[in-house]
Design a binder for this molecule. Structure first.
Ligand SMILES: NC(=O)N[C@@H](CC(=O)O)C(=O)O
Ligand SMILES: [Zn+2]
Ligand SMILES: [Zn+2]
Length: 424
């Protein structure tokens, strides 16, 4: 099986190619990248006027299987990924039961083979059942293919236990992905602390809820030497701490989600739980710092934190609905529209944060269109404005605050190992 992608504008951070090229794919690999390739292929894709990039890699999704199949499954989540231009996704372990053992990682890898459209790199829990009491079999999970460990959904509040877990992760050669939230300080907060919380009479979540754990985890990474990745950074101080850690030469990286740099708490129109996620939408000052952090390289990656919930769950009020919004099918358009259109990032820099850097964080041989690499490719159209329509989502989740928003950046094709897995 061979594919020839003709006359697309190739953007490849790994080679620096930024121009019109043909791209030839054979046996699942990039076989040639060049001008006017004279090759015949089984499938020819006319990419004139389109951009061709390494497939996006999402370090942070929730696929809800096992246990919450009414929200999303591995099959539907991976279809949403393909529709969003993502060719590799990393599901978090907060399922029921949690992904906290070698057997569970193996089960997920089996499901990937049978049901998934894209590559799935599972993340194992730090503690059994994410109960925060006893370390899970970190070495066993790493040996069976866990890409990282994380307690996402919460933080490991016992600092000594977390430190021990970090040492185990370091030994196993995998990074720790940190959800930073001081549970005690968060209390029953549901929205950013500030005027909007007051107006809506809702309990707030202050920046310190995130910042205290972000700096704690960085200091633990300094002591243990583990590779630490900060999930969904939302505050200006977590960006400042990350910057400090990098200056210290620590192996610490950070991600930001499109909703956190697109919206502030001021954009929450009313008690609408499609604006409820953890961490919450923050202030203008925080959003400014996130954009600055993306621009100056302190924030390495854009990840979705795709968190589908059912209609019934999200119809409840801010106070009573679960945290989280879907993100796989809006991430590229929001990133392009918010970051590239206004000139905060070049298109190449954006591609780097969606593919090359996440691959580097995971230590995988993807996120590149170099000859010989796996043909995980996304082809996009950035020419026309359109409105996000949640009814078209492949995800089972419709919980998004972006329905009806005007954006640029449409996924036209997604290829995984040289196979077209999505076509617009
Ligand atoms: N981000 C969210 O608001 N929710 C996530 C959990 C998490 O990422 O912390 C979920 O699992 O629903
Ligand atoms: Zn989280
Ligand atoms: Zn999450």
């Amino acid at each position: 099986m061979s594919v020839l992608i003709k006359k697309g504008h190739v953007l490849d951070p790994s080679t620096g190619v930024d121009g019109i090229r043909d791209l030839y794919v054979k046996n699942g690999l990039v076989a040639a990248v060049g001008k006017n390739l004279e090759i015949t292929a089984d499938v020819v894709i006319d990419a004139e006027g389109l951009y061709v990039m390494p497939g996006f890699i999402d370090l942070h999704v929730h696929l809800r299987e096992p246990g919450f199949e009414y929200k999303e499954t591995i099959m539907t989540g991976s279809r949403a990924a393909a529709r969003g231009g993502f060719t590799t996704i990393c599901p978090m372990p907060n399922t029921r039961p949690a992904i906290d053992s070698k057997e569970m990682i193996e089960w997920l890898k089996e499901k990937e083979k049978k049901e998934a459209r894209v590559h799935i790199l599972p993340i194992g829990a730090v503690t059994y059942g994410q109960a925060g009491e006893e370390l899970a079999d970190i070495a066993g999970m790493a040996a069976s293919g866990a890409a990282a460990i994380s307690e996402d959904g919460k933080s490991v509040m016992s600092t000594s236990l977390y430190r021990e877990g970090m040492l185990k992760a370091k030994e196993a050669g995998i990074p720790v992905f940190a959800h930073c939230e001081d549970k005690d300080l968060a209390g029953d907060g549901v929205i950013n602390e500030g005027n909007v919380a007051k107006e809506l009479h809702l309990p707030g979540i202050s920046n310190a809820v995130e910042d205290i754990i972000a700096i704690r985890d960085i200091l633990l990474a300094k002591e243990t030497g583990v590779r630490l990745h900060l999930c969904h950074c939302s505050t200006k101080d977590s960006v400042a701490f990350l910057e400090w850690a990098k200056k210290e030469g620590l192996p610490v990286t950070g991600e930001v989600c499109p909703h956190h740099f697109t919206l502030t708490d001021d954009d929450i129109p009313c008690d609408d739980s499609n604006y409820k996620m953890n961490p919450p939408l923050r202030s203008k000052e925080d959003v400014q710092a996130l954009k600055e952090g993306l621009k100056n390289g302190v924030l390495d990656a854009i990840a979705t934190d795709h968190a589908p919930h059912s209609k019934e769950e999200k119809e409840k009020s801010f106070l009573h609905s679960p945290f989280g919004i879907v993100g796989l099918e809006t991430a590229f358009a929001l990133s392009y529209t918010e970051l590239v259109e206004p000139g905060i990032l070049t298109f190449m820099e954006l591609v780097k944060k969606l593919s090359y850097n996440p691959a580097d964080i995971l230590g995988i041989e993807r996120g590149s269109l170099r000859e010989g690499k796996a043909a995980d490719i996304v082809i996009v159209d950035t020419g026309e404005w359109y409105k996000i329509d949640k009814e078209t989502f492949a995800s089972m989740g419709r919980n998004t605050p972006f329905h009806g928003r005007r954006v640029k950046g449409k996924i036209k094709y997604t290829l995984v190992d040289g196979q077209v897995v999505y076509k617009d």
